[in-house]
Ligand binder design. Sequence first.
Ligand code: SIN
Length: 494
Amino acid sequence: MTADRDDTLTERARLALARPDLLRERAYVDGAWLDGEAVIEVTNPATGRVLGRIPDLGREAALAAVAAADRAQADWARRTAKERATVLRRWFELINVHIDDLARLMTAEQGKPLAEARGEVAYAAAFLEWFAEEGRRAYGDLIPGHQGDKRLLVMKQAVGVVAAITPWNFPAAMITRKVGPALAAGCTVVLKPSELTPFSALALAALGEEAGVPPGVFSVVTGRPGPIGEVMTDDPRVAKFTFTGSTGVGKLLAARCMGTVKRVSLELGGNAPFIVLDDADLDAAVEGAIASKFRNTGQTCVCANRFLVHDRVYDAFAERLAARAATLRIGDGLEGPTDQGPLINAAALAKARGHVDDALGLGARLLTGGEVLPAPGAFFSPAVLRDVPARALLNREETFGPVAGLIRVADEAEAVRVANDTRAGLAAYVYTRDASRCWRMAEGLRYGMVGLNTGLVSTEVAPFGGVKESGLGREGSRYGLDEYLDTKLINWSV
Ligand code: SIN
């Protein structure tokens, strides 16, 4: 037996799943579980050990999945919304029954603390529940005719076959946030999950199959992004393409989709400002900052990326945030309670450290953390820096790591100006006790989501999405259902 095999056995034993069959090393296409000739290894970022292998499928499998989705779509759409809701509801319930296994799998492949993984699985399931209900309310409209003999009816219909590419930072919730509304609307879905975190997706597919999702209605094609992505963006049978990931990749994929004029939803990168004004409740602001910056070890698109702090509370906030960040427990989520897992890989570690070094080189001061911890895990101690100049990488790029950089602002107007000085526009956060300021800030910030006195904005019942280069469309809520529905006019002469 090779050392690699021993490592994988060790990882499997640590997983201790109640249902070991939920760890699937096969793709799921048209209701069948597929092997591949080539494989991709999936590594636990906390240990550096191989957790398992997935088929490295390509163009052929992607085409087969699209063909199956195309065949299945009309029947699925013909079912009543209530029938589709029953399947989605069963899927939701099964996810909740197996929440512990799904959370352990997620922590092992992605690294997030077990409590956060559990939270994400519940969040993921909630999208299925919510859209099962909302799918029954995909109402149309009856418009008074513009001529005496005319009646105008507006109906909503499923857009058809959906192709989805999802990221590694939320291996379950970013899937159900797309698949829930798509299936509720009557669409079928071909998914390519991140090859870094495919096991959550495959476990979801296994539970979907048990819940009664028919063959072809939901397929999971595993492999490298290139060949699968090309089919998804180019094939005319795909009516809608939805992507969560980096802004650069999203732009390229969206441009390709225009060859067949697909509907496109994009949830891309952010550069979130976290504004603390001089009348803020500083204890609440520090806790909000911890939640916003260090959730998922700083690897969310809505993570605070720039802290804009009013001159009058700057020193106190800096000191308190650093003290609180230093209390975060770093470690392998499968080995005991933790607050910070590893980063996803060595490249992410290098980026976080690079942003710290760049800021220090420009005169910033490190208050805590910023260390790459010894291998094998990709661990980085949560960092807080003060006096970070505007030109630092920390302020210009999405760090996607546990590094908080503080900028001093003189007043509310400067905070809004600096906050808006970016091409990104996903989430922004403001702490103030003044209701008028809350309104002014909420209206002045050019972002898709504004958290007022909270560091968390996401929920299945509210629209999630950005403006400017942070994306197109909304996920979650009734707005998220619209993304999977076409609006058809019936102009009727009576
Ligand atoms: C994301 O990082 O894209 C999703 C974060 C969330 O749903 O809160």
